[in-house]
Design a protein around this ligand. Structure first.
Ligand code: UDX
Ligand code: UDX
Length: 443
């Protein structure tokens, strides 16, 4: 018991995953005290204001309901670890950029450092929950580190991957398709797993809470993301064939998706998938397969990423070709820069590649986005003096030769394109990289 609260939960990492997940747990479980730690002071300060460090519809409402009651944000690690019964770890696990496995394997340095911090400050038994997406078998490394001292403390490592998607995080957390909790199949492992089940059972129906062995849980997260990304690469590869054959990709997706075995979700052809997870997780899966000598399996999955790169490349090539193979000094408006609608996140956004390629061709690029303009500025700053940022899409398109729709924001679906075209250079083009309009290109 910690004071008036049944349990003290700590989350290390106040990012896109840790922040919303803990806010939901605090909101649904007033009996628990939830503290979120982050190494980044600026981020923690922002979580304490109404200007949260991430944009996520509905998040601020939830945070405001529980902040200062049973949800706290902190940069103090030692005391928070000492008091915690359960520690969720959701620090980032980027693709390794150096040494062995560079470009593919996960960089686990933050994870390992976190494990060592936990070990150093712990004075009582704890459950450590892997929230970050991790390579299968990370938990065994974790346990070795945690149990490497002669402190008489029992650490039980449990895997509880997060499946929320950005932009719908609150709905996904409130009503998940499933919650997955894996543990060692030992008595203490199952006991720890049950404790985590009891947290979610405060609001998620028990039928939706799946338990498994810890390796299945770790691997399932990688596989779920790989399957989702694979569907997008599948439909995107067919979009290239449609462009050659006068088949319409929307009609094909509709016809194929009506098969209940295939289903119609995640079949929206696009300029390619972005986001912090898909590419990183597939490359990680590829690396793991290679390290077990499963080269055919590795190659199969690697092609999902290759098709995604091909699709982005093809998009820029199509723009260039349509604009008479010369885009130097032509004004091109990018509608959207976020990797998907309803987020300000630009990690791995196709917009980054598109903007950079167009700037290489010396185009005059104007970026507009309702939530991601700040991040876009940071990403592209200093690249060219032919770069502009404009919050207002009508102004961004003024005198442009072309518009490229990069993000499927609802507001771009309802613009008055008649008015926009009047103000554009003629012939005016629109390249609908997000398939939100009924045409690929207009003159
Ligand atoms: C990240 C990974 O991208 C994802 O694969 C994983 O499942 C969870 O972690 P996300 O929450 O989107 O997801 O990352 P990010 O928004 O970067 O948040 C991670 C936070 O951890 C950052 O705020 C960072 O400052 C913090 N951090 C990192 C620490 O507090 N301590 C560290 O040692 C390292
Ligand atoms: C994804 C997974 O959905 C989530 O379960 C996991 O926890 C993290 O990774 P996220 O990256 O936030 O979530 O968004 P998602 O909605 O999956 O979209 C990823 C990318 O795919 C976006 O760039 C999106 O625009 C694109 N996409 C999605 C398509 O191009 N076509 C589609 O049909 C669906």
């Amino acid at each position: 018991m910690n004071g008036a609260f049944e349990k003290h939960i700590l989350c290390i990492g106040a990012g896109y995953v840790g922040g919303p997940t803990m806010a939901m747990i605090a909101a649904k479980c007033p009996q628990y005290l939830v503290t979120i730690f982050d190494i980044n002071e600026q981020k923690i300060r922002a979580w304490q204001t109404d200007n949260l460090p991430i944009f996520e519809p509905g998040l601020l409402n939830i945070v405001k309901r529980v902040r200062g009651k049973n949800l706290f944000f902190s940069t103090e690690i030692k005391e928070n670890i000492r008091k915690a019964d359960i520690i969720f770890v959701s620090v980032n696990t980027p693709t390794k950029s150096f040494g062995e496995g560079a470009g593919k394997s996960a960089d686990l340095q933050y994870w390992e450092k976190t494990a060592r911090d936990i070990l150093k400050s712990s004075e009582s038994d704890k459950i450590i929950v892997e929230k970050s997406t991790l390579p299968v078998r990370t938990a065994s490394a974790m346990e070795r580190i945690l149990n490497s001292s002669d402190k008489k403390i029992k650490f039980e490592v449990v895997s509880n991957p997060e499946f929320l998607a950005e932009g719908t995080a609150i709905a996904d957390l409130e009503n998940p398709d499933r919650v997955l909790i894996g543990s060692q199949e030992t008595e203490s492992g199952r006991k720890a797993r049950n404790e985590i089940v009891e947290i979610y059972a405060n609001w998620v129906h028990r039928d939706k809470i799946i338990t498994s062995n810890i390796w299945s849980s770790e691997l399932s997260k990688l596989v779920a993301n790989a399957f989702l990304a694979q569907r997008i690469s599948s439909i995107n590869s067919i979009s290239a064939l449609c462009e050659k054959t006068e088949a319409d990709i929307n009609e094909v997706a509709n016809a194929v998706g009506k098969d209940s075995r295939i289903c119609n979700k995640f079949l929206n052809a696009s300029v390619g998938f972005g986001g912090s997870c898909f590419k990183k997780d597939i490359l990680n899966l590829v690396y793991i397969c290679e390290s077990y000598g499963l080269n055919e399996v590795a190659e199969y999955w690697e092609h999902v990423v290759k098709i995604n790169e091909y699709q982005q490349r093809r998009f820029v090539q199509n723009i260039n070709k349509a604009l008479f193979n010369t885009i130097a000094n032509k004004r091109i408006a990018l509608f959207g820069f976020a990797f998907k609608a309803n987020t300000g996140d630009i990690r791995e956004s196709p917009g980054i590649y598109i903007a950079k390629k167009l700037l290489e061709e010396q185009a005059h690029v104007v970026v507009t986005d309702p939530k991601a303009l700040g991040n876009a500025k940071q990403e592209l700053k200093g690249l060219s003096d032919k770069l502009e940022f404009e919050i207002e899409p009508y102004k961004a398109a003024k005198n442009a030769h072309a518009i490229a729709v990069v993000t499927e924001w609802d507001t771009y679906k309802t613009l008055d394109y008649g008015e926009i075209f009047q103000q554009m250079e003629k012939p005016a083009f629109i390249f609908d990289g997000r398939n939100i309009l009924n045409h690929q290109r207009l003159y």
